[in-house]
Design a protein around this ligand. Structure first.
Ligand code: NAD
Ligand code: UDP
Length: 339
């Protein structure tokens, strides 16, 4: 099969490219490199020993997206393209709504015009809001998001469900990711945040590398066993493998399906720090700091549906996540850029 990955040069997209190529599929990537670079694709090709067709351009540009579908035979699409920085989305919400919803609507319209109606979408556990019922199960009602980024995921889900409802030829697979961390075991590809990172693991890695003096732990008075927030961290290669299963599922099903992609295990921030120190034999300077606005206390997945229907489950351990994240960081202290 030949799949189009919008945003395929990004963190999760590049790892998914590897998994798809390893599974014998062909990959076409569309990316405007607003948060990535072509070097990631070159490195994917090196890992997989196979080539990728790459189109540089904006997913909101209908003429450009249409030209890609005119040139390529595409069996299905994974739609990763989007802006993802939560704090930035609060400061410049219109950019987020315009880019993330614009990309989703443009893509779906062009796909329909080209009779390609199978899409897998990068959604997020953030659409559950601050649900009191954990683990999060796909049948829970969608919640209130705490920032514009989250609402773009919530609204994109809604838009795609409505498209599939109106036209039963569509297949929409909504993947709700929990907290992707780690990197391909080769250390050739990984997460390369531009500027100040948003997420815990890049902060941990930069602290271990000495780029930052110490890690701030945001809040130790949450109603959790050790007072710090609990999340479901998932190795990015497990997540990537989940996309292969989701695409293969989409090829012979119709309608909308939602799957959590998580491990089902929750770890606190203190536990993450301890795991990183243990896996990599180092000490991580850290300090307790005030809560970060908008954080919820506990989030972890019920991954049973993905296991039952997609025959997928996360295999890699917390030690694998910490080791592979550090392997990528220490081999590429400047990410994909040269020193
Ligand atoms: P990323 O920023 O590394 O990748 C996104 C890619 O999309 C980048 O390569 C970027 O250049 C591209 N892009 C953005 N807007 C575009 C546009 N208009 N046209 C073309 N390309 C565009 O992020 P990621 O971590 O790989 O996340 C991939 C997807 O998964 C995103 O939609 C993100 O919101 C979602 N997601 C990520 C996480 C996470 O923690 N990383 C969690 C839940 C959901
Ligand atoms: N966190 C932290 N220090 C940091 C970055 C994050 O203590 O420098 C905490 C954050 O408050 C949250 C957890 O780590 O409790 C995971 O944060 P992340 O942003 O990675 O994921 P999200 O909160 O979006 O699920």
């Amino acid at each position: 099969m030949r799949f189009l990955l919008t945003g395929g040069a990004g963190y999760i997209g590049s790892h998914t490219c590897v998994s798809l190529l390893d599974a014998g599929h062909e990959v076409v990537v569309l990316d405007n490199f607003v948060n990535s670079c072509p070097e990631a694709i070159a490195r994917v090709e090196k890992i997989a020993g196979k080539s990728i067709t790459l189109y540089e351009g904006d997913c909101c540009d209908a003429a450009f997206v249409s030209s890609v579908f005119d040139k390529e035979h595409i069996d299905g699409v994974v739609h990763f393209a989007g802006l993802k920085a939560v704090g930035e989305s609060v400061r410049i919400p219109l950019n987020y709504y315009q880019n993330n919803l614009g990309a989703t609507m443009t893509l779906c319209r062009v796909m329909a015009e080209h009779h390609v109606k199978r899409i897998v979408f990068s959604s997020s556990a953030t659409v559950y809001g601050d649900s009191k019922e954990v683990p999060f199960n796909e049948s829970l009602p969608m919640g209130e998001c705490t920032n514009p980024y989250g609402w773009t995921k919530w609204m994109s889900e809604r838009i795609m469900r409505d498209i599939a409802f109106a036209d039963p030829e569509w297949t929409v697979v909504l993947l709700r990711y929990f907290n992707p961390v780690g990197a391909h075991e080769s250390g050739l590809i990984g997460e390369d945040p531009s500027g100040i990172p948003n997420n815990l693991m890049p902060f941990i890695c930069q602290t271990a590398a000495g780029v930052r003096d110490k890690l701030s732990i945001f809040g130790n008075d949450y109603p959790t066993p050790d007072g710090t927030c609990v999340r479901d961290y998932i190795h990015v290669m497990d997540l990537a493998d989940g996309h292969v299963k989701a695409l293969e599922y989409a090829m012979d099903h119709q309608g909308t399906e939602i799957f959590n992609l998580g491990t089902g295990e929750g770890y606190s921030v203190y536990q993450m720090v301890a795991a990183f120190e243990r896996a990599n034999h180092l000490t991580l300077p850290h300090v307790d700091a005030p809560r970060r606005p908008g954080d919820i206390a506990v989030s972890y997945a019920d991954p049973a549906k993905a296991k039952a229907v997609l025959h997928w489950q996360a295999k890699r351990t917390l030690d694998d996540m910490c080791r592979d994240a550090w392997n990528w960081q220490s081999r590429n202290p400047h990410g994909y850029r040269q020193a």
